[in-house]
Ligand binder design. Sequence first.
Ligand code: M6R
Length: 609
Amino acid sequence: MCGIVGYVGHRDASDVLVSALTRLEYRGYDSAGIAVFEDGVINVAKSKGKLKDLVEKMDKEGKPKGVAGIGHTRWATHGEPSDINSHPHSGARVTLVHNGIIENYKELKEFLIKDGRRFLSDTDTEVVAQLLDHYYNYISDPIKAIIRTTQDLRGSFALGIVFENYPDTVFAVRRESPLIIGVGKDENFIASDVPAIIKYTKDYYLLEHDEVAVLSADGVKVYDTHYQPVVKTLKTADWDVDAVGKCGYPHYMIKEINEQPTAIRNTVTPRVKDGMPNLEECNITPEALRKIRNIFIVACGTAMHSGMVGKYVMENIARTHVTVDIASEFRYRDPIIGKGDLIIIVSQSGETADSLAAMRLAKQKGAQTLAIVNAMGSTIAREADMLIYTHAGPEISVASTKAYMVQLAVMYLFAFELAFAKGTIDEEKYKYYTSKLLETPDMVQRTIESTTEIAQKISTQLITADSLLYIGRGLDYALSMEGSLKLKEISYIHSESYAAGELKHGTISLITQEMPVIAVATQSALYEKTVSNIKEVKARGAKVIMICKESDDVPGDVADCVLKVLDFEEILLPMLVCVPLQLIAYYTAVQRGNDVDQPRNLAKSVTVE
Ligand code: M6R
């Protein structure tokens, strides 16, 4: 979704803004723009397309020159992607950039039109610019005008604002949409996310809902809605510039696949004490776990798929009923939840609109909420009752890989802890599972090394397919869902994942020679059953790629291609098997010449419903 940045300091603001926006490209966008003070006048440059189109335009038409300004990458919501609809937008003396959605923009626009104002774009953002200008006309204090304007707005916003009479000052305010204030030496920043500014500073403030920030080169002031100064706590990002660069990899996605062993280590090791998981620093105690009635795992996309694995594991070893819900369904289906239920919200970004709304609903209904989140200080992380951070570091590729991996790791930690607290596993088993989990970073590393070549070969066979099917049973089915999503989102090949035993009830009619089937069969108890299903699709002409364990003896006529993963504790195998599934998706997309890190129509952080 949209990214916003702002800068005030001593450097060339246009260069800083474009460089910071480059670090937000992962969020997905279709146009870009900046506004910079040039000799006290606000100079705007904007363009449909990518940042390189904006840079080309500025090379031709002149780049705004100055030391303060704001910038934006737009993911169209109101009005098509076009130069006119690109941000920044202006009222007469106010220019701003916006991330979010103004729900009542129509009524505000009608009011402003009646007041004699004219609009150039279709956006809700221009309405905010004109409204702010309207209030600024008779409350000549910019901070008071911002506070008054936000009182009229319904919906979500993070705004970077410049006022004509306040050169070299950047204002910012947010509600729901993320925004951080980067604090440097003689320079300060605003950004939707820390990676945008990490090249310049690691220090930042989190802005709370409706707080107004005022940035100049020599300082940052923050005010609450009563215009009272707010003292902020300085935070420091614990990763370096390499964490947000490609470091020699052709794409972020493959870099992030390779970062998975480190991500697991960083997530699991600090949570293990004396050979056992310990989640007390996350506010999770054995006493609290024993009181849980039902568990609901609620999330979107890949995060929801990690919950599917979590469900199988928790039900299997902790004998606790777990429901997995898509957040956009959960929030509108009046779920039967209340005191005694635990709602686990999983989110990489911690800002996904539906997941956040689902969590708020759960709290309203009296359930306990536990967030499993990667982005530090994000809204979901801040509002949950209990919190487990995954330590994947910044995930830039839109297609989630390392975040999924550490979500799985946390599902296991939590499941082991829950099972032990409930007495469904004894201490010996508890310690055994934990020791196996601690081995996963090395096992994942070995899996990357041992499956890359064959994944490349398999993808060569998939690039011409129009559609394919992933099948599996139990944990393999849960995992196949993620394999299928990964493939479709970056290769643009249609794919579905199906419970292997369900094929006969309809889907098998789709099987032809043209439809490859990726069959995952790693669970011993279900192996024979899945092999029978594989034979059924094979008999109907499908080309079968089978994924199983090294020790499995696969008869020659079962599959056209067999990809074997290392033998390991079976319950933990999803953490290994997701690697070749990620690699197959990656190499298929690369060979089809797609934009792997920024697939079409997708945004990294889905902050609108
Ligand atoms: O930030 P979140 O984990 O809440 O995001 C949820 C989904 O939007 C996300 O997992 C999406 O499905 C990814 N593009 C998958 O690769």
